[in-house]
Design a protein around this ligand. Structure first.
Ligand SMILES: *Cc1c(COP(=O)(O)O)cnc(C)c1O
Length: 366
């Protein structure tokens, strides 16, 4: 679908019932993840005839949808996730939001939804963050998590690309993803389910991918694990990623490997930043296919010294144990390794403005 060059003509409607300072402080003290939302949200609408319009920051509240709204039936829905960070001088910055905007366009294209112009995506986010800037937490690993999403909203049961779409952006203050500190997770290697097949939607951030991964996540939990890892759909041999995070392997010689992007692996912004940062910290980084046997045997022999998963929400999560039907392998001493810790700190320091932004990755908002 073609890009719409209309300028972002933004309307701001402020809520008449904002939460007061005390209420906000209480909510920010222990926000958890994805449970508390700010006073406003941003929306925009698209029709096949008129393109994008109606960009508005408005009071946070329910959406009213006709029961025959197409995405409720056929799942034409995509999303993104990125964060705004309080900087040491009190200002607020987001991290590479144009990459999320571009990925949102690729996801839209794969799901036959309209592409939201990059300047609309970034502009609406900046406007919402500025309106709700008092909701951006400071200190520790706290941030404001931004969740843009888009739905096909034509009221029609015929199976076809929706002729109308709704873009919504909500914001949620987030504390450290892991209350109680960084604990290595145990990963279940599913042999039953796949996440993504060649030609499918695995490279897009679409709602259905997550729906389809939940049963594998249940399998992981039933086997005493925290998260599930998927292998490729064709040979059932190559390590892909977790349900929502990319994987990295640190070898005993300091070299690092991450599965290459094949179309079935989601192109993480965190993954991309870590490849750059690890290289700058002196690690040789390879993007290539990783045989699941290399993971199993590597941690057993000690050749694979550390394993971690990464994504915007949790930043970096150390992987302690890999478990599969009939066996398990523990990485190192089962704790968090030094390279994992170092990369996690390097990325957080950059995002939170404690080290110079030499890559121009921070986008100053307000
Ligand atoms: C969002 C997502 C990631 C991580 O992407 P980031 O841009 O780093 O947050 C990894 N895998 C899947 C399947 C995802 O949906």
């Amino acid at each position: 679908m073609t890009m719409d060059a209309a300028p972002l003509d933004l309307v701001v409607e402020l809520t008449s019932t904002p939460r007061d300072t005390a209420e906000r402080a209480a909510l920010l003290a222990e926000p958890g993840f994805g449970k508390v939302f700010t006073d406003h949200m941003a929306t925009a609408t698209w029709t096949a005839a008129d393109g994008w319009g109606g960009a508005t920051v408005r009071p946070y509240g329910p959406l009213t949808l006709d029961p025959a709204t197409s995405f409720l039936h056929y799942g034409q829905a995509i999303f993104e996730g990125f964060k705004a960070y309080r900087q040491p001088d009190g200002s607020v910055a987001t991290f590479r939001p144009e990459l999320n905007a571009a990925r949102f366009q690729r996801s839209a294209s794969r799901l036959a939804l309209p592409e939201l112009p990059v300047d609309w995506f970034v502009g609406l986010a900046d406007a919402l963050i500025t309106t709700d800037r008092d909701w951006v937490p400071s200190g520790g690993e706290a941030s404001l998590y931004l969740r843009p999403f888009m739905l096909g909203t034509e009221v029609a049961l015929g199976v076809k690309p929706s002729g109308e779409a709704l873009f919504v952006l909500i914001a949620s203050p987030a504390g450290a993803y892991f209350a109680g500190g960084l604990k290595p997770v145990t990963i279940w290697l599913t042999e039953e389910y796949v996440r993504a097949a060649p030609g499918g939607t695995g490279g897009a951030k679409c709602a259905g991918n997550y729906a389809a991964s939940l049963i594998a996540q249940q399998e992981a939990i039933a086997n005493g694990c925290d998260q599930v890892a998927f292998v490729d759909a064709v040979e059932r041999r190559w390590v892909e990623e977790l349900g929502g995070m990319n994987l990295f392997f640190v070898h005993d010689d300091g070299s690092i490997v991450t599965p290459e992007l094949t179309g079935t692996i989601l192109e993480g912004v965190t993954r991309d930043a870590l490849i750059t940062l690890a290289g700058e910290l002196g690690h040789k980084v390879d993007e290539r296919r990783v045989d699941v046997a290399e993971w199993r045997d590597g941690v057993a022999s000690g050749r694979v010294a550390e394993v971690f998963a990464c994504g915007t929400a949790a930043v970096i999560t150390p992987v302690g144990t890999l478990r599969w039907r009939g066996g398990e392998a523990v990485t190192g001493d089962g704790g968090t390794g030094p390279v994992t810790t170092k990369l996690r700190e390097a990325l957080l320091d950059l995002q939170q403005g404690r080290t110079p932004d030499t890559h121009g990755w921070l986008h100053s908002v307000c």
